[in-house]
Design a protein around this ligand. Sequence first.
Ligand SMILES: NC(=O)c1ccc[n+]([C@@H]2O[C@H](COP(=O)([O-])OP(=O)(O)OC[C@H]3O[C@@H](n4cnc5c(N)ncnc54)[C@H](O)[C@@H]3O)[C@@H](O)[C@H]2O)c1
Length: 259
Amino acid sequence: MNRLAGKVALVTGAGRGIGAAIARAFAREGAAVVLAELDGETAERTANEIAATVDGARVLAVPTDVTQPASVERAVKTAEDRFGALGVLVNNAGINVFCDPLTMTDADWRRCFAVDLDGVWHGCRAALPGMVERGAGSIINIASTHSFKIIPGCFPYPVAKHGVIGLTRALGIEYAPRNVRVNAIAPGYIETNLTREWWDNQPDPAAARQATLDLQPMKRIGQPEEVAMTAVFLASDEATFINASCITVDGGRSALYHD
Ligand SMILES: NC(=O)c1ccc[n+]([C@@H]2O[C@H](COP(=O)([O-])OP(=O)(O)OC[C@H]3O[C@@H](n4cnc5c(N)ncnc54)[C@H](O)[C@@H]3O)[C@@H](O)[C@H]2O)c1
């Protein structure tokens, strides 16, 4: 408890799934948290749930579209006006865009990059000036095992997620002298709506789910809280020499060469 006491954090896409779990875990560890989420209703619901269940929680929902730089800048400003200087940013908002490369539309390509890569950059650009000026900050980008592994038919999501690792490493090096750390987390299969929706869109959802479980060394997929605790670590002063790195949270799946 209180591993993040005194810190102010902003988590994008925090209305549900991994982002909501991160916001909850941050609040439990004593951070003031802004949920910067496209869907104002889920953001409000999650913020209320955190306020009701975490003693002394300081939490605020701010409708935000990470594809729009001005929207993200507004969210950062709101966070700072309400709680003080932003010390932690989690760029978590992301969407699955899974296409066949040659039948994919230009709109699909742009939709994917607008959220999964531009959105991460917009968050960094909004938060970095203050962090650099104060000489303190931790940015955590939610990448994916798609950041270094390829599954056919998932184009262009892995292209954008590879970019998230490049962005993390470049900014981590750029601002290391100012004590701003930029790291990534690469989740494997985590049980959220994103994963459930993917299973539900397969011809046989139950078989697709079972096939996913069978592929996992631990014979289960991960829970959002297991990603959230890694984010707590990277946000905390326990991780002060970890920079420009990526921590994989996939139960070992990406280390497996063959079933
Ligand atoms: N679930 C997994 O297995 C998995 C695995 C690897 C990586 N990831 C990554 O983790 C992150 C969270 O995924 P999740 O599974 O919790 O997804 P999710 O769909 O459950 O939640 C994503 C949230 O982001 C919000 N969002 C979408 N577009 C946005 C925008 N333009 N601006 C602000 N918010 C927006 C959504 O409204 C939603 O609340 C994503 O970056 C995803 O790529 C997920």
